[in-house]
Design a protein around this ligand. Structure first.
Ligand SMILES: Nc1nc2c(ncn2[C@@H]2O[C@H](COP(=O)(O)OP(=O)(O)OP(=O)(O)O)[C@@H](O)[C@H]2O)c(=O)[nH]1
Ligand SMILES: [Mg+2]
Length: 307
C-alpha cells in the first residue's frame, strides 16, 4: 500500500497568503529544515520570491542526525552558494553565526569579506543567496533592524530558532505540528523576526517523502495511518540501518509470517487484553524512538555522493 499524506488546514492557506504579501517587507529569509531529512523538509515553493533575497538555511535537530551526514549536507548547500548552519536549535551555540550570516544575507555586513566567503568553502563565485539584494541601504537596515522571515514546515523548529535568535522565549513552541497559528513579528536586538505557522502544500504527498515527513513528526499524527507508516519505516530501518534496528528491537525483525510491527510489539512486550500484540502502541513507540533519537543518530536522506 502506498503511503499518502494530505494536510492543508485553513490557517495554513491563510498564512501562505500572508507570507507572500509580507515578502516585500523582509531583507532576508531564514529557512529551517530537519537535518535528518533536508530534502523532504524543504518547502518547494515557499521561498521563491521573484526578487533576489538573501537566504540562510538552518538545519535543525542536528543533535539527532548523523554528524558525518550533516557535514556532507553543509558542504553541499554551501557549494550551491547557500549559507548553511546546523545545530540543536534549543542550544545557543549557533546563534552568533546565524545572526552574522543573516546580516550578511541582508546586506548589512557586506558579502565580500569575512564569513560569507568562508561559507563558500568550494571557492565558487558569489551567489545571489549571499550577494546584497537591491533594497534598503546598509545604513538604513542598521537603523531599523534586519527583517527576517522565518519559514519552514510544521514542527521543524521555527519558533525555537526565533527564541534562540531573540535570546529568550518569545514565541510559543511545542512538540507537535501546528503550534504557531498566525504570522507575527518579534523584535530581537538588531533583528526583526517574522514567525509563521509551518506550511505544507495543497497537493497530497506520497511515497518516501510522505514517510519521512510522518516519522519526523512534521505533519500531525492524525494526517496519516501510524500503523502503515511505522511498518514502512521499520522495513527501511531493517534494510538501511540494520545495526540500529537490532540494537533497539532485537535480531531478525522479519520472522516468517509476522509483520515487522508485530515483531516489535512482541519484543517490547506490548500486549492487548486477550494476549494479542498491541500494534497501535508499537507504532507509537517506533515513531517516538526515531523522533527522540532512541535509534541513535540517523540521517534518512544523504546528499548526492553520500556522507
Ligand atoms: N532535539 C531537538 N528538538 C528540537 C530542535 N529544535 C526544535 N526542537 C523541538 O521541536 C519541537 C517543535 O519546535 P517548534 O519551534 O515549536 O517548531 P515550529 O516549526 O515553530 O512548529 P509549528 O509552529 O507547529 O509549525 C519542540 O518540542 C522543540 O523543543 C532541535 O534542534 N533538536
Ligand atoms: Mg511555531
Amino acid at each position: 500500500m502506498e503511503l499518502q499524506l494530505h494536510w492543508y488546514p485553513g490557517h495554513m492557506a491563510k498564512a501562505s497568503r500572508e507570507l507572500k504579501a509580507r515578502l516585500k517587507l523582509v531583507d532576508a529569509v531564514l529557512e529551517v529544515v530537519d537535518a535528518r531529512l533536508p530534502v523532504s523538509s524543504r518547502h518547494p515553493s515557499l521561498v521563491q520570491t521573484g526578487r533576489p533575497l538573501g537566504r540562510v538555511l538552518l538545519l535543525g535537530r542536528a543533535d539527532l542526525a548523523d554528524p558525518r551526514a550533516t557535514d556532507a549536507w553543509l558542504r553541499y548547500f554551501r557549494a550551491q552558494g547557500l549559507p548553511a548552519v546546523a545545530a540543536d536549535l534549543r542550544q545557543t551555540t549557533w546563534v552568533t553565526r546565524a545572526r552574522r550570516l543573516l546580516q550578511q544575507a541582508a546586506g548589512v555586513a557586506g558579502g565580500s569579506s569575512s564569513e560569507a566567503t568562508e561559507e563558500r568553502s568550494t571557492g565558487k563565485p558569489a551567489d545571489a543567496a549571499v550577494r546584497r539584494p537591491p533594497g534598503p541601504t546598509p545604513a538604513k537596515l542598521g537603523r531599523r533592524g534586519v527583517r527576517v522571515m522565518v519559514v519552514g514546515l510544521p514542527n521543524v523548529g521555527k519558533s525555537t530558532a526565533i527564541n534562540g535568535l531573540a535570546g529568550r522565549a518569545k514565541a510559543g513552541t511545542g512538540a507537535k505540528a501546528g503550534v504557531t497559528r498566525r504570522v507575527q513579528w518579534l523584535a530581537a536586538g538588531g533583528l526583526e523576526l517574522l514567525d509563521s505557522p509551518g506550511l505544507l502544500w495543497p497537493e497530497a504527498t506520497r511515497g518516501q517523502k510522505a514517510l519521512h515527513l510522518a516519522v519526523a513528526g512534521l505533519v500531525p499524527d492524525d494526517a496519516f495511518d501510524p500503523l502503515a507508516v511505522a511498518e514502512a519505516f521499520l522495513a527501511d530501518l531493517a534494510d538501511r540501518f540494520p545495526a540500529q534496528a537490532r540494537a533497539r528491537y532485537g535480531e531478525d525483525l522479519a520472522p516468517a509470517g509476522a509483520s515487522l510491527l508485530e515483531t516489535v510489539a512482541r519484543r517490547l512486550g506490548l500486549w492487548l487484553p486477550g494476549g494479542r500484540p498491541d500494534l497501535g502502541r508499537a507504532a507509537t513507540m517506533v515513531l517516538h524512538d526515531f523522533r527522540h533519537g532512541r535509534l541513535g543518530r540517523l540521517t534518512l536522506e544523504l546528499p548526492p555522493g553520500g556522507a
